[in-house]
Design a binder for this molecule. Structure first.
Ligand code: P6P
Length: 333
């Protein structure tokens, strides 16, 4: 395969589809460089002072790992001065992060989960960075939280980096899903997959089964019928995977199909699901839909949800189109 860099790919996409203005290309390249730095930090493991907890909590009330804080700082510092952004928002920060007055402002807004799956950091299991790009509303003065509250369909780009056996960057700007592998010797992102397509049917599902007793009845029935295997109503045997790192589970599904589910949990009706809409569900939904899959909250398309809070959570069912549509039908019965 001819070696194509991230920059060359983005310039080509701009030439072919006029979908990536120079400012957006430069923003994506800055985020990609930040993910490269995060990858280097993550790979130090015990050799760097980066494992364990930071003895602080984030807005979600979750204990922050040192790498959560380091990754957040890397993304903030890399993106503050470039002139592409009006503001940023992060899972690790309670409120939005306006660009300091000493720097030029841009027309985009960047949201990210700087290190998703951080419970896996200390046990050397794949983790990742998820990011979403919105346009700042026309005529916006000082950035506000409300300016971020746009449905996922308004995203102009979305992507993730997965820090696993290879470090990979998966990106969409609305013209398909493309995957880059980090060449550590040259420090460059190299295009290794173009126009990834998720198989429409699957025999593999991803869910945290330990929560089964807390799910709503339609999900319990859907899983029970799936587990009945070949002799059950589904007529086929299913396999299960759960990495507890959304980026890793989604990357597997992108490459070989599957359905990923984090359902609403009846323990806390005020918190439907665990995953966050703005910087986990929405970017992953854009990627999955661009790869021919589907992404719903059990009743409707995730990217149609009108957000009402920056850190709001949402149930997530995404992956192979046929399976996601089926589980959504169970909810409708
Ligand atoms: P559980 C990681 O904390 C995360 O946000 C996602 O990456 C992952 O899919 C999910 O939570 C795992 O949740 O309840 O199985 O630990």
């Amino acid at each position: 395969m001819k070696r194509v860099s991230l920059t060359q790919h983005l310039v080509e996409q701009q030439r072919l589809h006029n979908s990536i203005p120079a400012e957006l290309r430069l923003l994506i390249e800055v985020v990609a460089r930040a993910c490269k730095r995060i990858s280097y930090e993550v790979s130090k493991g015990a050799l760097g002072d980066i494992l364990g907890s930071a003895d602080t909590e984030n807005i979600q009330g979750e204990v922050q790992k040192k790498l959560d804080v380091i990754s957040n700082e890397i993304l903030l510092e890399a993106n503050e001065w470039g002139g592409h952004l009006a503001a940023m928002a992060s899972e690790e920060m309670e409120s939005i992060h306006p660009i300091p007055n000493r720097y030029p402002k841009g027309e985009y807004m960047l949201l990210f989960d700087p290190l998703d799956g951080s419970s896996n950091i200390d046990v050397n299991v794949s983790i990742g960075t998820i990011f979403s790009v919105l346009k700042a509303p026309e005529g916006m003065g000082e950035p506000t939280e409300e300016a971020f509250l746009q449905p996922g369909s308004a995203q102009v780009a979305a992507g993730y980096a997965v820090y696993g056996p290879q470090t990979m960057l998966v990106l969409t700007t609305g013209q398909g899903v493309h995957c880059f592998t980090l060449d550590r010797e040259q420090g460059s992102w190299v295009l290794t997959q173009s126009n990834i397509q998720i198989p429409a049917a699957t025999k593999e599902f991803a869910i945290n089964m330990s929560n089964k007793r807390h799910w709503q009845p339609p999900v319990q029935r859907y899983i029970d019928e799936m587990l009945a295997g070949k002799t059950g109503p589904r007529g086929k045997d299913f396999n299960m995977r759960w990495i507890a790192s959304m980026v890793a589970d989604v990357h597997r599904i992108l490459n070989r199909g599957g359905v990923f589910m984090y359902p609403a949990d009846m323990r806390d009706p005020s918190q439907p699901g665990k995953l966050r809409l703005m910087y986990e569900a929405n970017p992953m939904a854009m990627i999955v839909e661009q790869a021919g899959g589907a992404a719903t909250n059990g009743s409707g398309r995730i990217m149609d949800i009108q957000p009402h809070k920056l850190h709001q959570r949402v149930p997530v069912f995404l992956g192979s189109k046929e399976e996601v549509e089926l589980v959504t039908r169970y909810h409708a019965e």
